[in-house]
Structure formats: structure tokens, C-alpha cells
Design a binder for this molecule. Structure first.
Ligand SMILES: Cc1cc2nc3c(=O)[nH]c(=O)nc-3n(C[C@H](O)[C@H](O)[C@H](O)COP(=O)(O)OP(=O)(O)OC[C@H]3O[C@@H](n4cnc5c(N)ncnc54)[C@H](O)[C@@H]3O)c2cc1C
Length: 218
């Protein structure tokens, strides 16, 4: 099994038994999502921004308006990059315990630590757009118009190299105190699922094969 090295930045105080550093777990959690929450500090103020993302091997790509605060900060950071952390989270179940304190969730979560680096190379920018769009729905990048120069100028692309990254997974359901087992309260696990579709075509076109495949996979 290929693993990311556990680093101080990726080692929690609590529940280290739930941490996973293997590449397979990290990639599968990233690939099952398309929304990242990006945290960073600007002018001593903590910030958190949700962004679409795409993964290409050991790189995450994101983009924003070139006028956004994050874009300006990443661009100004040069080759060193801008410190940030990125989280991708899936909630698989609500865990409803007999006790208030043992309510929980089963989840899969990846946190990757930056830096975010600005992508200035036009070829890599175009590649990043395709990665982000194909991460949404595989095959989609070939079924849309490429960005024109004006759109490109309005957009900043960043890259985060997966290095200081780890997953945390909770998947064991209820965690009851033995003394609570005879309490009359309902207890159990409520699975949470995300469904896809049905797709609503804009102009009555047939659904393309890549989209049907993606819808059927949910
Ligand atoms: C959907 C969801 C709901 C949660 N709800 C709660 C809650 O209500 N209360 C609670 O105490 N905890 C909750 N957690 C767990 C929480 O995210 C932290 O893992 C936990 O609080 C551990 O804190 P710490 O101080 O030990 O970690 P820290 O020392 O703050 O973390 C150090 C590093 O460990 C890694 N790490 C920590 N947590 C995670 C994670 N979740 N996924 C991936 N890497 C991680 C990161 O790299 C982080 O920078 C939840 C997690 C998820 C995904």
C-alpha cells in the first residue's frame, strides 16, 4: 500500500485510529466529491471558501475569479505559494444515540494542506479547466466550449500538490455506553445518500452516453 507520510500537520490529537494515510483512501474520497472547502488566513482574519475542484494524479486544481481575495493572495505569493488547507467531506450516516453526547456521524473526510500555487502557464490552465470539469462528470470536458481569452483572463487557476494530506473515516455506527442500553430512547443509524438526476435537458436533446453512465452510477 502506498502511503502519504504522516506529518505533524496531518496528525490529530484525537482518534488517530480513524486516520488513513494510504493513497487509495485519500484518492477515493477526493474522487467521490466535487466540492472543496478552502481555508486560509488573510490580514489575520480566518477565511473559508467553498470551491469546485478536480484531481489529476497528485495535484488538485481549483479556480476562482481573478479578482477574488484568494486569487489575488495566491498570485502575489509567487513560487512559494499561499498557505491554505482544503477539506472534502462526505457524511454517510447520522448516528442517533440513546445519549446526547454519543450522537455522531459516520463520515469520510480528506484534509490536504497547501500551499496553493498560481498556475500561470496557459497550457496548464487549460488542462486544469478540463480536470475540474471532468471531475464533475467524466467525459464532460469534451462536450463544452473551451474558455475564450476574456474568460481566461477573468479566471485564476491554483494547484495544490498532495503531500501533507490524510483521510479520517468513521464507519462504526453506534458507540453506546453499556449503562445506556436499557434506556427507552430510539437509537440507530440513519444513512444519508446523495442522488443524481434525473437530468433536465435545456433544449430537449438526448442525454449523452457519458452523462447517462454517470447518472446510472449513483
Ligand atoms: C462530518 C464530520 C463531522 C464531525 N463532527 C465533529 C464534532 O461534532 N465534534 C468533534 O469533536 N469532531 C467532529 N469531527 C471530527 C473533527 O473533524 C476532528 O477530526 C476532531 O475534532 C479531531 O480534532 P483534533 O484536535 O484531534 O485534530 P486537529 O489537531 O485539529 O487536526 C490536526 C490535523 O489532523 C488532520 N485531521 C483532523 N481531523 C480530520 C478530519 N476530520 N479529516 C481529515 N483529516 C483530519 C488534519 O490534517 C488536521 O490539520 C467531525 C468530522 C467530520 C468529517
Amino acid at each position: 500500500m502506498v502511503e502519504y507520510a504522516a506529518a505533524e500537520a496531518t496528525t490529530p490529537n484525537r482518534h488517530r485510529d480513524r486516520m488513513r494515510y494510504d493513497v487509495e483512501a485519500v484518492h477515493s474520497i477526493l474522487d467521490a466529491g466535487f466540492l472543496a472547502h478552502v481555508s486560509f488566513t488573510l490580514a489575520d482574519r480566518p477565511q473559508l471558501i467553498p470551491l469546485a475542484f478536480g484531481r489529476d494524479g497528485e495535484h488538485l486544481y481549483m479556480h476562482t475569479s481573478s479578482g477574488s481575495q484568494l486569487a489575488l493572495a495566491v498570485r502575489a505569493s509567487g513560487a512559494e505559494g499561499f498557505p491554505a488547507a482544503v477539506a472534502v467531506t462526505h457524511v454517510d450516516s447520522l448516528v442517533l444515540s440513546r445519549s446526547a453526547m454519543h450522537h455522531s456521524m459516520d463520515y469520510r473526510c480528506v484534509i490536504a494542506h497547501g500551499p496553493l500555487t498560481y498556475v500561470a502557464d496557459p497550457a496548464e490552465q487549460l488542462h486544469a479547466y478540463r480536470v475540474i470539469i471532468d471531475h464533475l462528470v467524466p467525459g464532460r470536458a469534451d462536450d463544452c466550449r473551451e474558455p475564450n481569452p476574456k474568460e481566461n483572463a477573468q479566471t485564476a487557476v491554483f494547484r495544490l500538490d498532495l503531500d501533507r494530506v490524510a483521510a479520517k473515516i468513521r464507519d462504526h455506527g453506534l458507540d453506546e455506553d453499556p449503562a445506556d442500553l436499557d434506556l427507552p430512547h430510539w437509537a440507530g443509524v440513519v444513512p444519508i445518500t446523495t442522488t443524481r438526476g434525473p437530468a433536465r435537458p435545456d433544449t430537449g436533446q438526448d442525454t449523452p452516453a457519458y452523462l447517462t453512465k454517470w447518472l446510472d452510477a449513483s
